[in-house]
Ligand binder design. Structure first.
Ligand code: LLP
Length: 418
């Protein structure tokens, strides 16, 4: 459920006509609906009312500090995977005691930053990382709170690039070796074991893999208890999918119900790290048609946004809905929507039935709130685009469009080049 809707011929975000925003900020731009973001967060969070839990929104999905602030104001914690994300998280005003730090390759500098910030816990992904965190905590004369990320070897039935809980993936520690790893961690003087973590993949559209993972991890926590290792937090990661085209993922309340059923008897706090399900359908990419062209074989709609702005179609072959910002053209054609970048993989849609767009028309690329701006780059020296947040009948620029000067900021020509 989101608040992008037509009023007669015009596409609105909440109560703002999208064409008005385009006139004001230029194109392309990302546009988010405040009401949708709040609604999605609350829908997810409220499902777990009955149990002790903490929703740590996954910053990587969309890391704009204004969005983080929305969730933090609603009581969220944050899941970060780099020093940069931790910096953003702290900027957003989150309580550091609600921050979890995941990721397979944390550097010394990042570990030190997180220790000094007083985060809730590190989700640790290898023995070597445990040793590194122990050393860093010793240097700072403290104990580092950790969970170990377990790879439960469960097939999430999703795109191979975003499956993470299989033995062939680089993430976490083999389920069978978990006890050994916990025993090792227990012997490290500057490590304080407080949790177990597991995240099996992204864009999951079935409940069963989540439930199976939870069952496996519950068994582990039981066995740990018998060995005197008490767990306070179970982090189940993120991964709940959304509708891009015709997928029918479980509603967050169904997801919550399935988890709560398995978890009502537990005496530890459950942590969740949702990203996509909160922001995915709360954001779109608005772009303008530059040209259209027909080759003998195909119709092309050439837009002013490109794969550097939204890489999902090129990288994962993902489907993103294409809608006219102003309806009108009745005639439909089959076309590719492509960007200006010098790669054949630069497309938003292929062989898609759509209105016969003309130069100057505005196009909405739907479901672009998650892994849109956060995966954008400056490829082809294209300045990164601006981000806008609509709320009611007003809108706010929450990130400026980059300038050409921004593109070369930090670059230096050595003296010997004259
Ligand atoms: N926690 C961990 C440890 C993760 O690795 C991820 C996502 C999440 C939470 C959030 O997952 P979500 O709820 O958003 O599914 N760029 C890809 C998705 C990559 C997901 C990476 N990890 C895409 O555009 O589909």
């Amino acid at each position: 459920m989101h608040y992008f809707h037509y009023k007669e011929e015009d596409l609105y975000c909440e109560e703002v006509p999208i064409a008005t925003i385009a006139d004001r900020v230029g194109t392309p731009f990302y546009l988010y609906s405040h009401r949708t973001l709040v609604r999605h967060f609350k829908a997810f969070d409220s499902g777990f009312e009955e149990i002790r839990h903490l929703v740590c929104y996954s910053v990587k999905a969309n890391s704009n500090v204004a969005l983080l602030r929305i969730f933090v104001n609603l009581g969220a914690g944050l899941d970060v995977v780099s020093g940069g994300e931790l910096f953003r998280a702290l900027k957003s005003g989150v309580d550091p005691k609600k921050v979890v730090f995941s990721g397979v390759g944390k550097t010394e500098q990042e570990i030190e930053y997180a220790l000094n910030s007083g985060i809730l816990m590190f989700n640790v992904e290898s023995s070597q990382e445990l040793v590194r965190i122990d050393e860093m905590a010793k240097r700072l004369d403290m104990r580092a709170p950790v969970a170990i990320r377990i790879n439960p070897d469960i097939d999430p039935k999703t795109h191979p690039y975003v499956a993470t809980g299989l033995m062939e993936n680089k993430f976490g520690i083999d389920f069978k070796l978990a006890m050994k790893e916990y025993t090792f961690a227990k012997g490290l003087p500057h490590i304080e074991i407080i949790g177990v973590d597991c995240h099996i993949g992204s864009q999951l559209i079935e409940l069963q893999p989540f439930v199976e993972a939870l069952r496996r991890v519950k068994e582990l926590i039981h066995d740990l208890g018998q060995r005197g290792i008490e767990i306070q937090y179970l982090d189940l990661g993120g991964g709940l999918g959304i509708t891009y085209k015709d997928e029918i993922p479980p509603h967050p309340t169904e997801y919550a119900k399935a988890i709560v059923e398995e978890a009502s008897d537990l005496d530890y706090t459950l942590i969740f790290e949702p990203g996509r399900v909160i922001v995915g359908n709360a954001g779109i990419l608005v772009t303008r048609v530059l040209y259209t062209k027909e080759t003998g074989e195909k119709n092309f709609v050439i837009i002013d946004a490109a794969m550097n702005d939204l890489i999902r179609p090129s990288y994962y072959g993902s489907f993103q809905g294409i809608l006219p910002v102003t309806k009108g053209e009745e005639e439909k054609i089959i076309a590719d929507v492509v960007g200006p970048i010098c790669e054949s993989g630069d497309f938003m849609a292929r062989n898609r039935r759509m209105p016969k767009f003309k130069p100057g028309d505005l196009v909405a690329v739907m479901s672009a709130g998650a892994y849109g701006f956060s995966m954008s780059s400056n490829y082809n020296s294209r300045p990164r685009i601006c981000e806008v947040l609509a709320r009611g009948d007003r809108f706010h620029l929450i990130r400026e469009r980059e300038s050409y000067d921004d593109l070369v900021r930090g670059e230096k020509i050595p003296d010997f080049l004259g």
